[in-house]
Design a protein around this ligand. Sequence first.
Ligand SMILES: Cc1cc2nc3c(=O)[nH]c(=O)nc-3n(C[C@H](O)[C@H](O)[C@H](O)COP(=O)(O)OP(=O)(O)OC[C@H]3O[C@@H](n4cnc5c(N)ncnc54)[C@H](O)[C@@H]3O)c2cc1C
Length: 257
Amino acid sequence: MVGAGPTGVELAGAFAELIRHVIRKDYPMLDVAQAVIMLVEASAHVLPPFHDSLRQSAVRQLESLGVEVRLNTMLDLVEGQTVRFKDGTEFQSCTVVWSAGVRGANLGDALGVKLAKQSRVPITPSLNLAEYPEVFVIGDMAYLEGYKGNQAHPMVAQVAIQMGKTAANNILAYSRRHTLKAFRYNDKGSMATIGRRSAVFDAYGVRLTGMPAWFSWMGAHLLFLIGFRNRLIVMANWIYNYFTYDRGIRLIDREKQ
Ligand SMILES: Cc1cc2nc3c(=O)[nH]c(=O)nc-3n(C[C@H](O)[C@H](O)[C@H](O)COP(=O)(O)OP(=O)(O)OC[C@H]3O[C@@H](n4cnc5c(N)ncnc54)[C@H](O)[C@@H]3O)c2cc1C
């Protein structure tokens, strides 16, 4: 796994549990003890948006699942099954997963404005372009500083949802020649699940790790689902999966002869 943001951390934990609990059972002919899951991160920390105590806890939780965490390690190239790092070391791997971030959609290139990092489109606080005020850009494509000082707003769902609401109001205001409102992000916090009874949670001024974080993660997700029926179905699925380590549908391939 290349990149130890929330996606990489969650994926590494999920792979560790998949191998330990599911693949071991479905493919008894494989020696799963040989499987190595390495989470590689260019910076000195996992989970950049989180508090340092949570980052350290995340590393401990990953290591207890058997994930090898390599910090300060930048990927150089992947060639066949060879993974090479900038420090010259190499590693053989059949599977490389990129979890080090995404870039804005290609549509941004067509706007003819100078793009910011990750090909994101620089916008004004009212979410439109300085050069073309009738054009609004929101979500992952938008590059707007002002988050935690002068950082760009993160590419997460809450930013996209909240920008959507502000942009809708501002488009109406623009068409009526009213003054546009500046976007204000209400940061509800961050959380990442690492495995069974294992997570980090930082929201509403509360920082949790391990089992309490895991339960809070589930509670928050259930709360944001629409409708009681959906909540009930999701909870029933989670309970079923928790006790059975199983899913109804899966593809099992034969051993190559
Ligand atoms: C693996 C992964 C895990 C993530 N996990 C989380 C998480 O746990 N919590 C969280 O808050 N965020 C998470 N995110 C980030 C979150 O998904 C994004 O921030 C959010 O989806 C941004 O919403 P958006 O509407 O800006 O973009 P998107 O959701 O990407 O929607 C843009 C849509 O536009 C379409 N599109 C692109 N170009 C064109 C075109 N030319 N014409 C028409 N349509 C086009 C795309 O196909 C896409 O459907 C995750 C992202 C990834 C990749």
